[in-house]
Design a protein around this ligand. Structure first.
Ligand SMILES: *[C@@H]1O[C@H](CO)[C@@H](O)[C@H](O)[C@H]1NC(C)=O
Ligand SMILES: *[C@@H]1O[C@H](CO)[C@@H](O)[C@H](O)[C@H]1NC(C)=O
Length: 208
């Protein structure tokens, strides 16, 4: 009876909240999307990065891309470090769970990498905020599967790692990843939508 396994244990036993590394990883997960949204909006409104690079918006975008990529790698490192210090759960240590973990990790990374491929470099790294717009909305794979393949793919990869190492703390951090990405989407989608709507209005004006 699997339910019996949990009858005398709570989330407090499954996750070691005394480990500082857990808090650090949680902080890093929340920090990243907040960081890039704040910086991208500063760029859009005040051209901070373009100014920093002497008026070259492409260099500004490349710089932001490098920073976002770097803090992403660092967050993944902190996540792995945090999981190492967390208790494992026996019921998760089965071949079926390991297989599901591999599938999630693989599919998640396929979604992330193919969406980067479909969007291109500046499209992936917030080029819209720098005025580097795409000609058309990308609707090919993986955007025909989900609207936000990069976010959902990343979330799947986090869950895959949590299950692979059989760590309930990893599942908890994955829930946080899901929530911060959901919030990021609620913040980003209307904004980029407005950027493209403005471009359409300007195009319409030009053609008349
Ligand atoms: C839960 O019960 C099992 C079996 O009675 C015991 O071995 C285990 O230590 C208990 N776990 C906790 C967290 O009390
Ligand atoms: C998305 O596009 C791919 C490649 O073009 C195709 O194989 C797949 O069936 C499509 N998926 C959906 C859900 O439409």
């Amino acid at each position: 009876m699997p339910t019996k396994l949990f009858a005398n244990s709570t989330v407090m036993d499954l996750v070691d909240f005394d480990q500082k590394s857990l808090l650090v990883a949680a902080g890093s997960i929340a920090f990243n999307p907040i960081f890039w949204n704040v910086v991208a909006r500063q760029e859009y409104h005040n051209k901070v990065l373009t100014k920093l690079f002497g008026g070259n918006s492409r260099y500004g975008c490349y710089f932001l891309a490098a920073v976002i990529f770097g803090i992403g790698i660092f967050r993944d490192f902190l996540y792995e470090q945090a999981l190492r210090q967390q208790p494992s759960l026996d019921v998760l240590q089965t071949d079926a769970v390991k297989l599901a973990a591999l599938a999630l990790f693989f599919c998640g990374n396929v979604l992330v990498l193919t969406s980067m491929w479909a969007l291109g470099f500046t499209g992936t790294y917030l080029g819209d905020y720098f005025g580097i717009l795409m000609d058309h909305r990308v609707t090919s794979f993986p955007f025909n599967v989900t609207d936000a393949p990069m976010y959902y793919g990343s979330t799947m990869a986090f869950l895959g790692s949590a299950l692979w190492f059989a760590k309930p703390a990893g599942i908890l951090l994955t829930i946080e990843v899901f929530i911060v990405y959901k919030m990021a989407l609620m913040f980003e989608d209307p904004f980029t939508g407005a950027i493209y709507a403005k471009r359409e209005r300007e195009r319409a004006k030009k053609s008349t």
